[in-house]
Design a protein around this ligand. Structure first.
Ligand SMILES: [Mg+2]
Length: 602
């Protein structure tokens, strides 16, 4: 069965029995008609239903498959002997339920709908159906035609140079040393090793309460994702702490760059070790019952992490072992080669110092790397580079020393320091949508450019690689689709108000909650996906959509596309719109209409 067919049939089934139909009026006559409709989507009889729910060894255990036989009472889930669902597409009309059809009890009816839907989800998404997603694809929030882009700009750290996770461990250990040696924290904190998979990017930290948490696009905390130290805080306690709501008011986290007065958002990839150190230090004081001030702790950890950067440790480690820390350097070289051969102009704006960038670029691209770039700006002090007009450009000589002459041109082959975007635009004339700038920091790199200056922006999101792998697993695809299907059943059948029906709904709600947790944990057991809470985009996702035209796991994804390629965003239906497009009909199965054609992508 082709993906397209799967999408069509499943979507029709979901619509007919779930999300998009009119609410049922409680009662057997109308209910029976819908039961028949659902059966027409599935096209199989009851014997086959029971078989399909219990006998596929390829299916993941403990989720859709197992819940089919374990989550509900056996007698309730067994379809009644009298036909409630359909026995095949061809037999629909002949057995449509009418007012003369045999009445059935509400509970049997609800479970028959449940089983029909489960069979559909199970059968219509075969193993491997979602493996067509590709971690090396470029995703569009906005339409971008590369053919119209003449000038490509780049950040350096985590854009031209991708770093391995080994760097996070080094940053964490050195900052921990500073906490102990400089800030006189208890030496026993040293016993805490780095936990690579603890924190994820985009989390918020309540400075006064000492809580790390994930917030969605509507400023609500995702239940189950609040951590005090290394332990989760129960949802009831979270509600108590935040005045009976999961909502974080705008006044607490409204800073444009994620720095509200009481809550900070960690948007930098470098901040993952910082979050881990915060959690570890909190954990130490809590578990040892030592009184401490979380505000002081936050400030001290921030300064300790800052010292790793300011004292140049990070630069030193990377420069000492470029092979260990820099990933995919040859692909960065290939991207730059390709763009230059297409007569594109290139520029670099980085906050890092020249000596560091020079060494890394020589490693990745070769000693003549500067020939690729028309303008090179180091220690730019982003995001202030994009917002302030104060700092003039300065030139560095070949020794890296500052020159004092006034800068009237930005010349190829020279290295400039500081400066500001207004002067940059005046001196280069590179304005508007013919410029595409790539960076990994949504605020420092991209926000001002897209909002104030109309450059096109590309976000580098290395986490996409791992998250796409999860989304491509059968386990995730099946369970997410089943989660959506259960949600659809709850939505449509909620008009059944009798006590027995409500008990059935409670079971479904319980299963829905289990599915949410299971799908979340596939990404990260503590915080889940950086892009999604249970059902909403995350705060991070919302900023990603707002500030980037396109986004990708690494710059090398550009190698998969023709230089004149146009990226078209998926037309996501608004809530009041019908999902008319094929690629939107099947949850989790389709990324773009072109996926099959793009199967050659690395
Ligand atoms: Mg960067």
């Amino acid at each position: 069965m082709s993906i397209k067919t799967i999408c069509t049939v499943l979507s029709r089934a979901l619509r007919s029995s779930g999300n998009h139909g009119s609410p049922l009026v409680a009662g057997s006559a109308n209910g029976s008609r819908l039961s028949s409709t659902c059966g027409s989507c599935g096209g199989k009889g009851e014997e086959e239903t029971e078989q399909s729910c219990s006998s596929d060894p390829e299916r993941p255990s403990g989720d859709v498959h197992s819940s089919c036989s374990e989550s509900a009472p056996a007698e309730a889930k067994t379809r009644p002997k009298k036909k409630v669902g359909g026995s095949g597409v061809g037999g629909v009309r002949g057995r449509s339920f009418t007012s003369t059809a045999a009445p059935i009890d509400q509970v049997s009816y609800l479970w028959s709908r449940y089983n029909d839907m489960k069979r559909l989800v199970h059968e219509l998404i075969p193993p491997g159906a979602c493996k067509i997603l590709n971690a090396s694809a470029i995703y569009a929030n906005n339409e971008v035609s590369l053919g119209e882009v003449d000038i490509y700009g780049f950040d350096y750290d985590y854009t031209l140079a991708l770093y391995s996770n080994a760097l996070n461990t080094m940053i964490y250990n050195k900052a921990k040393d500073f906490l102990i040696e400089h800030f006189k924290y208890p030496v026993d904190i040293r016993k805490y090793d780095y936990i690579p998979s603890f924190a994820t990017r985009g989390l918020h930290y309540d400075i006064q309460k000492g809580l790390l948490m994930k917030i969605d696009a509507f400023h609500y905390i995702e239940p189950g994702t609040v951590y005090r130290g290394l332990n989760p805080v129960p949802d009831e306690e979270v509600l108590e702490l935040f005045g009976g709501t999961f909502h974080i008011p705008l006044s607490m986290d409204s800073g444009f760059y994620g720095k509200g007065p009481k809550v900070k958002q960690f948007m930098d990839i470098f901040s993952i070790p910082e979050m881990t150190l915060l959690a570890v230090a909190n954990d130490f004081f809590i578990t040892n019952d030592i009184d401490y001030d979380p505000v002081h702790l936050f400030k001290d950890v921030s300064e300790a992490i800052g010292m790793v950067h300011l004292k140049g440790y990070m630069y030193k480690w990377i420069m000492q072992d470029l092979d260990k820390y820099i990933l995919r350097g040859e692909e960065t070289e290939a991207v730059l080669h390709r763009l230059v051969s297409q007569k594109k102009k290139l520029f670099l704006i980085t906050n890092s110092p020249f000596s560091f960038v020079d060494k890394g670029m020589k490693h990745m691209v070769g000693k003549d790397w500067r020939d690729f770039f028309d303008v090179v700006i180091v220690q730019a002090d982003k995001p202030h580079f994009f917002t302030d007009c104060i700092k003039p450009f300065r030139r560095l000589d070949t020794n890296g020393d500052l020159r004092w002459e006034k800068i009237k041109n930005l010349e190829k082959g020279q290295i400039y320091k500081q400066g500001n975007l207004v002067d940059f635009l005046r001196l280069t004339g590179w304005r508007g949508s013919k410029v595409l700038y790539f960076g990994d920091h949504l605020y420092s790199d991209l926000a001002d450019l897209t909002l104030r200056h109309g450059w096109r922006t590309g976000a580098i999101v290395p986490e996409l690689e791992q998250e796409t792998k999860v989304v491509c697993t059968d386990r995730y695809a099946l369970n997410l689709t089943w989660l959506q299907a259960v949600t659809g059943l709850l939505e449509q059948l909620q008009t059944h108000q009798d006590l027995e029906s409500k008990r059935v709904f409670q079971e479904w709600q319980k299963e829905r909650e289990e599915l949410r947790i299971m799908t979340k944990n596939l990404f990260n057991p503590q915080f889940g996906s950086i892009f999604r809470t249970c059902h909403n985009p995350t705060y991070f996702s919302r900023r990603l959509c707002r500030f980037s035209d396109i986004y990708m796991a690494s710059l090398s994804c550009l190698l998969n596309y023709d230089p004149t390629y146009t990226f078209y965003p998926r037309r996501t239906p608004l809530q009041h719109e019908a999902p008319l497009w094929m690629d939107q009909l099947c949850t989790g199965c389709r990324k773009t209409p072109f996926l099959e054609e793009m199967s050659h992508i690395r």
